[in-house]
Design a protein around this ligand. Structure first.
Ligand code: NDP
Ligand code: HSE
Length: 427
């Protein structure tokens, strides 16, 4: 039996999940890997905080020096979250030759290549399976099972909090605020939930997954992002009526023109498997030239699912003390990332119920090569009054830039009182 001393940075949702797994499943781990994990130090922000788990005397600390100066600690697992001080702590651990396992997608998406280089220089590893899609081992699959493929597309639901919120709004008529509070209570949300609801968390994960899949750096700043805060119950209801579910989708494609990468609310047809991914579950589709299409599905957030990925990485690090760096296939010379792609669109606007309004609007679409697929007028005006009614369009596939230009023109049509929303549609 090998006994391995490890330290934790952070002891919130993910830290306690990983600790519970190490304690409860120690014999299973010993049986499968011949390793006994020994958590000797746990760094927290507030050492006086009341905790659900009582750690042995002397393990809890608020001094990072207790960890960095302890040469018996080979592996450090980070789940503080956020860019700083987490990035600095990871950097210092790697400089000391300690392998780092992290759940921190922000640090990996922004600094992963630099930290991987540092790890290699100091003969240690940087592993981050838990950073993306929680319990689902999609990073290891891309790196170790699909490496013989040319991957052309990744598409998924990769944020548990927003999927939980959208599910509760659609199925239980909960308000956005109530559903978000529940997601926070369940431990799915980031320490600052803006990262979830504004799409940053999914953006960081997409940067990591697409960089690994395309073996080239897809930088955070090159990914288009839109969150779910503007999605109303009305839009979810219209989506249902039209045969769609609303999801926060993350999509990255590699084409001859370059890479397209985007995170935004999306209408997904009810028959598409992603439409039935509910609550905090995540799912990822990967297209490769040899495998065709594959789908991975599982819990995307929460203490135990994420803890499972953390402990798996720790065991991997025990067996590969000098490496296992996931990012070492990624080239830093980024290829062209486009900001113009083709999708269909759902547009809801509020207009005065008067003659020729539809004519004016469809003229704007036509001028920008946007072809309409469905038009629905809701409400009951008399066709000649100042009363406003909702007007809904679903377009055929159109270029993103053309659509933005068309919407600018439509905003100038005087009978259009508001363009309420524009949501991309996956056909
Ligand atoms: P929590 O807020 O629950 O826990 C954060 C922990 O870090 C707490 O123990 C806190 O201490 C400690 N901490 C905060 N600031 C400092 C500091 N400056 N110095 C030392 N310790 C500090 O976060 P989560 O566990 O939810 O998330 C942690 C990371 O895991 C994030 O990167 C997140 O993106 C990632 N992740 C989270 C998932 C989830 O389902 N929650 C899933 C996958 C990844 P104290 O306890 O004293 O407050
Ligand atoms: N806040 C993240 C989510 C945690 O909701 O998906 C998992 O990375």
């Amino acid at each position: 039996m090998e006994r391995v001393n490890i330290a934790f940075l952070g002891f919130g949702t993910v830290g306690t999940g990983a600790y519970k797994i190490i304690c409860n499943n120690g014999d299973t781990i010993l049986n499968s890997d011949g390793i006994r994990l020994n958590v000797v130090k746990v760094l927290v922000g507030n050492i006086h905080k009341k905790r659900s788990i009582c750690l042995p005397e002397g393990v809890l600390t608020d001094r990072f020096e207790d960890i960095i100066e302890d040469d018996s600690i080979r592996i450090v697992a980070e789940f503080i979250g956020g860019e700083y001080p987490a990035k600095n702590y990871i950097e210092q651990c790697l400089r000391k030759g300690k392998t780092v396992v992290t759940a921190n997608k922000e640090v990996i998406a922004k600094h992963g290549l630099y930290l991987t280089k540092l790890a290699k220089e100091h003969g240690c590893g940087l592993l981050f399976e838990a950073s993306s899609v929680g319990a689902v081992p999609v990073i290891r699959i891309i790196r170790e099972s699909l490496q013989a493929n040319k991957i052309s597309k990744i598409m998924g639901i990769i944020n548990g909090t927003t999927n939980y919120i959208l599910t509760k709004m659609a199925e239980e008529d909960l308000s956005f605020e109530t559903a978000l509070q529940q997601a926070q209570d369940l431990g799915y949300a980031e320490p600052d939930p803006t990262a979830d609801v504004e799409g940053y968390d999914a953006l960081y994960k997409l940067s990591i997954l697409s960089s690994l899949a395309f073996q080239t750096q897809v930088r955070v700043e090159d990914i288009y992002r839109e969150g779910i805060t503007k999605i109303s119950k009305e839009d979810i209801q219209y989506a249902k009526e039209l045969g769609y579910a609303v999801k926060l989708a993350a999509i990255a494609k590699k084409t001859e023109d370059g890479i397209e990468a985007r995170v935004h609310p999306t209408f997904i047809p009810e028959k598409h498997p992603l439409a039935s991914v509910r609550d905090s579950f995540n799912a990822v589709f990967i297209n490769g030239d040899a495998i065709g299409e594959m789908m991975f599905y599982g819990q995307g957030a929460g203490d135990m699912p994420t803890g499972s990925a953390i402990v798996s990485d720790i065991l991997h690090a025990c067996q590969n003390p000098c490496g296992g760096n996931f990012l070492d296939v990624v080239k830093s010379n980024s290829i062209r990332v486009t900001d113009n792609w083709k999708t269909a669109f759902f547009i809801r606007m509020t207009v005065m119920d008067k003659p020729a309004v539809l004519h004016a609007i469809s003229g704007c679409f036509a001028r920008h090569n946007v072809s309409l697929w469905t038009v629905v007028q809701k409400g009951s005006g008399d066709g000649h009054s100042k009363k406003t009614v909702p007007l809904i369009f679903i377009t055929h596939e159109a270029e993103e830039r053309e659509m933005r230009a068309a919407l600018e023109d439509i905003a100038n049509v005087k009978e259009v009182t508001e363009i309420n929303c524009c949501i991309r549609v996956e056909k």
